[in-house]
Ligand binder design. Structure first.
Ligand code: FUB
Length: 371
């Protein structure tokens, strides 16, 4: 089975979208979508299926939403899914995205603005192919967009681009961040001002090809640890004060069970797969992530941004579609999860972003969400 296919959950909804779904709005040409975020189950037109929330935008396909509040406004940094006709395969080649659009809204449930193309592969000097899940940060009066992209050798690296505006356009640095690898950068600034990047994803994300410390193109995905070996963890490093480099060697993050033991590779309902996110709440560090082929969003907590992180539970049950990817952000004293599913297209590679409120338990943990 292609590892980006999930027959049990991929319900094929007829593609009922116009050609504008794949249009590229030019930079600066903002467009508004008056979709409402809701926590009330929405009945998707004609399908009889119930969804917890509505797509935030229907004019383009968006996924992997990294949400931030900058100057009191909500900005969403998503992948921009497009139809390229690439057949589905185990490397995720069908996720062949080429640019980013940034979305914003004044409040949860408010109008969503698409700010047009913020960065395009044609303007990234080292670009090969596939712009996957990005993240953003603000420091030193500058906005930083971090993005995974395959270089000309077909190796995923993390790049960084800068702008004076949260919506771009962003200018990419001439080279990827030295020492960066794999996919799904998540950038977290701690209360002491230090900023860290978490990254990594197995299978199409190539993390298993770095087991020796050097990229090994000869290893197929089966070269990830055997089922009784310790699972691969995400990687992390502190960023330099100029936000353009790593300030220390890249380290592996440990995620352990309640018994203190690291998860094994065969424990697919708990081990890290991709899509990490970090947030802090009541002085605890919450690392949340996707379990990939078991389609869960899980979370683990620790006392330091470096971990180790102890598994606490499932944040969100599987969404419709193969991938599940999220971010967590506080807006006006409430906590929200931004995520995606395939409500609009029914295709694993044409996704739509959504938001819903998170419910905290008294210990700071989360009630599991059924999307
Ligand atoms: O969007 C491409 C990839 O799919 C992301 O990098 C993963 O997290 C998954 O959502």
């Amino acid at each position: 089975m292609s590892h980006f296919l999930k027959p049990a959950l991929s319900v094929l909804v007829p593609l009922a979208l116009c050609s504008a779904c794949q249009s590229n709005t030019p930079a600066g040409a903002d467009s508004e979508a008056s979709t409402q975020a809701t926590t009330v189950p929405a009945d998707s037109a004609g399908t009889g299926k119930k969804y917890l929330a509505k797509p935030l935008i229907k004019e383009i396909y968006t996924a992997d939403p990294s949400a931030h509040v900058f100057n009191g406004k909500i900005y969403i940094y998503p992948s921009h899914d497009i139809e390229t006709g690439m057949p589905e395969n185990d490397n995720g080649d069908h996720f062949a995205m080429r640019d980013y659009h940034i979305l914003s809204m004044d409040s949860i449930g408010g109008k969503v603005t698409d700010h047009g193309v913020a960065l395009d592969t044609k303007d990234i000097p080292w670009a090969g192919r596939q712009l996957w899940a990005p993240d953003a940060a603000f420091k030193n009066g500058t906005y930083y967009l971090y993005f995974p992209l395959k270089d000309k050798q077909d190796i995923f690296r993390i790049g960084v681009a800068t702008s004076s505006s949260p919506t771009g356009p962003f200018k990419a640095q001439p080279k990827p961040i030295e020492g960066s690898l794999s996919i799904d950068p998540a950038v977290f600034t701690d209360t002491d001002g230090k900023t860290y990047m978490y990254m990594g994803g197995i299978w199409g994300g190539q993390l298993q090809r770095w087991r020796t410390g050097k990229y090994d193109a000869s290893k197929p995905k089966e070269q990830e640890p055997g089922p009784t070996e310790v699972a691969l963890g995400p990687k992390m490093a502190r960023l330099s004060s100029d936000m353009l480099r790593f300030d220390e060697p890249v380290k592996e993050v440990q995620i352990v069970g309640q018994d203190g033991k690291p998860f094994l590779s065969g424990d697919t309902k708990h081990r890290f797969f991709e899509g990490g996110w970090m947030h802090k709440y009541n002085n605890k560090y919450y690392f949340s992530y996707s379990t990939g082929d078991t389609h869960l969003l899980a979370y683990a907590t620790g006392d330091s941004p470096y971990g180790p992180f102890t598994y606490q539970g499932v944040l969100m049950n599987p969404v419709e579609g193969w991938t599940t990817h999220h971010s967590i952000v506080e807006v006006g004293g409430k906590w929200y999860i931004f995520y995606h599913d395939t409500e609009l297209s029914g295709k694993t590679w044409l996704r739509n972003v959504k938001v819903t409120e998170l419910k905290r338990k008294p210990d700071g943990g989360f009630e599991t969400i059924n999307p």
